[in-house]
Write a protein that binds this ligand. Structure first.
Ligand SMILES: [Zn+2]
Length: 319
């Protein structure tokens, strides 16, 4: 199986490691930087080179605040991943409605104790995943649940403070399980990034890179202002199960490839009320959806359609 990344950027030797920790900045930060400059980060640089002109404009535009960059796909990449899903789904019967995902959490911390999450905090993060995917905050029960199977602990100042530079080594040493095990890494991702994830379509070519990374302050009670309800892990795990951002493709069809999430021209920030950026299409913007970029207190839901799409990806690539 050929990854979209490789297909779109043939000849490039970019690793999926670069995919994982791209440098999308949070709202405010990017706006105080040079607005027209490409955001930093290997992923964004790679994608900007590979992307057609219109996508490049979206990637490097002045208002690109966000949780992550890894989930930001060009329309071509989103279409390619959907084609891979369709190809895989040809061989599957109706996907199971329920799945329990084993979770291995890798806590990376500094020698001074920064980032040393307690077991209780890790368990609370997994509880948040279960509540979110179960519809306990709002929205649909996706049928997906999570079971904490192991916690690993690594004390390493360099890995903790500059995870992206050590990501390949860290994952090579720490990663456990196969396509169906969620490896969740926590470290200090800096001020501009909350988290990152791989897509299920990338597993076949890059199994070692598979997993989710979140900033250690994004976990429940972690102290990251407006983003410490543990919903970064929810958002990234949505990508890990194949979901795109609700604002994927803007107002253009097929949007995020989910029928019950209204189209949205761009990501939300904060918690806007009554926003409707695709006025000629049905529905206000899904600002409370976990696959948006709103603040944690604003988010509370997945939709039934997103649940179905995650079940399809689970069956096609991870079960
Ligand atoms: Zn994302």
């Amino acid at each position: 199986m050929t990854s979209t990344r490789r297909a779109l950027c043939s000849g490039r030797a970019g690793t999926v490691g670069g995919l994982l920790l791209s440098g999308l900045a949070l709202a405010g930060l990017v706006l105080t930087a040079a607005p027209e400059a490409p955001a930093e980060g290997a992923d964004r640089a790679d994608r900007a080179e590979c992307a057609p002109t219109d996508a490049r404009a979206r990637l490097t535009g002045p208002a690109e605040p966000g949780r992550d960059g890894s989930g930001t796909l060009t329309p071509e990449q989103a279409a390619e991943y959907d084609r891979m899903l369709r190809d895989a789904a040809v061989h599957q019967s109706a996907p199971a409605k329920r799945a329990t995902v084993p979770v291995v959490v890798h806590v990376i911390s500094a020698e001074d104790g920064s980032g040393r999450l307690s077991r209780a905090t890790v368990e609370e993060q997994v509880d948040v995943l279960n509540t979110a995917f179960g519809g306990g905050y709002g929205g649909a029960d996706t049928g997906i649940r999570f079971r904490l199977t192991r916690i690993t602990r690594t004390v390493d100042d360099a890995w903790f403070s500059d995870f992206s530079a050590h990501e390949d080594a860290a994952k090579e040493r720490l990663r456990r399980g196969g396509a169906g095990t969620l490896n969740l890494y926590t470290a200090d991702l800096g001020e501009g990034v909350l988290g990152a994830s791989t897509f299920p379509q990338e597993y076949a070519d890059h199994p070692d890179a598979d997993g989710v990374v979140v900033d250690h302050r994004s976990v429940p009670g972690g102290g990251r202002e407006k983003f410490d309800h543990g919903f970064t892990a929810v958002h990234e795990t949505g990508h890990w199960l194949g979901l795109y951002h609700t604002f994927q493709n803007g107002c253009e069809k097929p949007g995020d490839y989910v029928g019950d999430t209204p189209a949205e021209a761009e990501q939300a920030a904060g918690c806007p009320e009554g926003r409707d950026t695709c006025a000629d299409q049905a529905g206000d913007d899904p600002v409370t959806n976990f696959m948006n970029y709103s603040d944690d207190p604003c988010m509370d839901r997945f939709t039934r359609g997103q649940g179905r799409r995650m079940a399809e990806h689970w069956a096609a690539f991870r079960a």
